[in-house]
Design a protein around this ligand. Sequence first.
Ligand code: CMP
Length: 147
Amino acid sequence: ALQLTLAVIKPDAVAHPLILEALHQKILENFIIVRKKDLMWRAEDSEKFYAEHAGRFFYQRLVEFMSSGPMRAYILAREDAITHWRGMMGPTKVFRARFTSPDTLRGQYGLTDTRNTTHGSDSVESAKREISFFFPEFNADEWKSRE
Ligand code: CMP
């Protein structure tokens, strides 16, 4: 069965046209693109989305970074979409990504642990929450019934 996930291309990768295009091509090759949106967050959006990380040492820089420039969000569909996209991204930490998974998106394009090119939902529950955070008008049940 098709599964939905939320994928985000973060400001560091959107800022570089060649990297943005490379990431978009990889997404096209691997998923059905259900929705796609270019947007920019205010600091408040960033704080709300990452509320679970409040208090961590990287929280402030994460919040600032994620509201520092345009991003691109996608709702993606395929079998095991959540796991597949997370596998394509690679590890969060850029040092690990570079050396253990150089063929992943973060291994190839990640700059730092914060500026790590992409985000992906980590569970069915977070996909649901994150899809409605970025695409409040999207109705998953309606979309599935059309498939
Ligand atoms: P993301 O998958 O969007 O989820 C939380 C984000 O916090 C993560 O990607 C990174 O951008 C950031 N992050 C996680 N761990 C660290 C860290 N150790 N140092 C800096 N930023 C981090």
